[in-house]
Design a protein around this ligand. Structure first.
Ligand code: NAD
Ligand code: DAU
Length: 339
């Protein structure tokens, strides 16, 4: 059905888990991993499959029209799955230029280059539940109003709607997915779960924002990747699909669970000033996708234990990422947060 799949952002957290999944489980597909290798891109995530005949890496920016066009032609691409993005909310609050460039303009460039070339059979835009904004009660449905409230989610909402416009206007085959908070192996250690696990290993404090009662819906990364693969093969053109884990927890609950599973004291928790504009709660209604046959497989307890174990066994991987640049970012982000 499909042959040459361009996975953008395939060197990042979710993208690399997705590349591994399709290389291992779909022997008819070739994968072209197109990635700019920003601070969050890491080719070591794919060390185990890098020599596979069906895998190719191309270094490139999704906002670079020439490079994208040349890659589409050279590899005769018939599917694009766009994971590439600037993804960290706190960084978008410090400055959003790169977010607008990649998460808005980059999506346009990919679609426009594909439209002009022709022959694309499917485009999947990996969007996020953050586009619905803070949902104090109830569960977001795909038809709900988008109300993004921070520069990251506003940029993602832009990309989400640009992708939709290429379906509505040019009749391109486009699917949009909106997933909840992912966790699992290979997540860059700036995000809540890997930051707190690695800080705990290092004996550092765990900076918990505000009152710690913000709620997220946690989704194990492999369940997310399986949903995307399922939608590649079974999703309907022009449709939006929520992908939620069904695991709603407050940040303080997660933090205490991490410390309990790691046998570390709760005195490591350090309440700090809140994230500005901090969305209180995200919660997805995933019944549209579940009716088609997808269900998350991993329980939160099991997934969190697996993830802690992975970070404990892969210190070499994350210690390299907590380098000088990371330390400078960390200082800027956390130094003036004492309550
Ligand atoms: P990540 O930050 O781990 O990785 C992003 C990848 O994109 C990196 O490899 C980076 O080098 C690459 N990239 C960034 N800008 C690029 C550009 N201009 N051109 C080419 N490559 C570029 O991100 P992630 O957490 O794996 O998220 C992947 C996608 O899933 C993003 O679109 C994100 O918005 C979405 N998403 C993430 C979550 C989550 O919880 N992590 C949840 C829902 C949706
Ligand atoms: O909901 C999907 C989104 O989830 C994705 O689209 C984003 O790319 C991804 O980064 C994530 O956004 P969040 O802002 O929810 O994730 P983060 O890990 O940064 O924070 C999770 C919660 O933990 C949030 O309420 C803020 C809080 N937090 C985070 C950090 C980094 C802390 O209390 N302390 C911290 O140091």
């Amino acid at each position: 059905m499909f042959k040459n799949i361009m996975v953008t952002g395939g060197a990042g957290f979710i993208g690399s888990n997705f590349v591994r999944l399709i290389i291992n489980e779909r022997k008819d597909y070739n994968v072209i991993n197109y990635d700019k290798l920003t601070y969050a891109g890491n080719l070591e995530n794919l060390d185990d499959i890098k020599n596979n005949d069906r895998y190719t890496f191309v270094k490139g920016d999704i906002a670079d029209f020439e490079r994208v066009s040349e890659t589409l032609k050279k590899y005769d691409i018939d599917v694009i799955i766009n994971f590439a993005a600037e993804t960290h909310v706190d960084r978008s609050i410090m400055g959003a230029v790169d977010f607008i460039k990649t998460d808005v303009e980059g999506v346009y460039v990919l679609l426009e280059a594909a439209r002009l070339r022709g022959g694309l059979k499917r485009f999947i835009q990996i969007s996020t539940d953050e586009v619905y904004g803070s949902v104090e009660i109830g569960y977001s449905k795909e038809t709900d109003t988008l109300m993004p409230r921070n520069p990251y989610s506003a940029s993602k909402a832009g990309g989400d709607r640009i992708a939709y416009s290429f379906f509505a206007t040019y009749n391109m085959d486009v699917i949009i997915t909106r997933a909840s908070n992912n966790y699992g192996p290979y997540q860059y250690p700036e995000k809540l779960i890997p930051l707190f696990i690695t800080n705990a290993i290092e004996g550092m404090s765990l900076p918990l924002y505000g009152d710690g009662l913000n709620i997220r819906d946690w989704l194990f990364v492999e369940d997310h990747c399986r949903a995307i693969l399922f939608l590649l093969e079974n999703g309907e053109n022009g449709e939006v699909y929520n992908i939620g884990g069904g695991n709603l927890h407050t940040n303080i609950e997660i933090t205490k669970k991490i410390l309990e599973y790691m046998n570390k004291p709760e005195t490591l928790i350090k309440p700090v000033k809140d994230r500005i504009g901090h969305d209180r709660r995200y919660a997805l209604d995933s019944s549209k996708l579940e009716k088609l046959g997808w269900q998350p497989q991993m329980s939160f307890e099991q997934g969190l234990k697996f993830t802690i174990d992975w970070y404990c066994k892969n210190e070499r991987w994350w210690r390299k990422l907590k380098n000088q640049d990371f330390k400078e970012y960390y200082k800027k982000q956390y130094i003036d947060r004492e309550k």
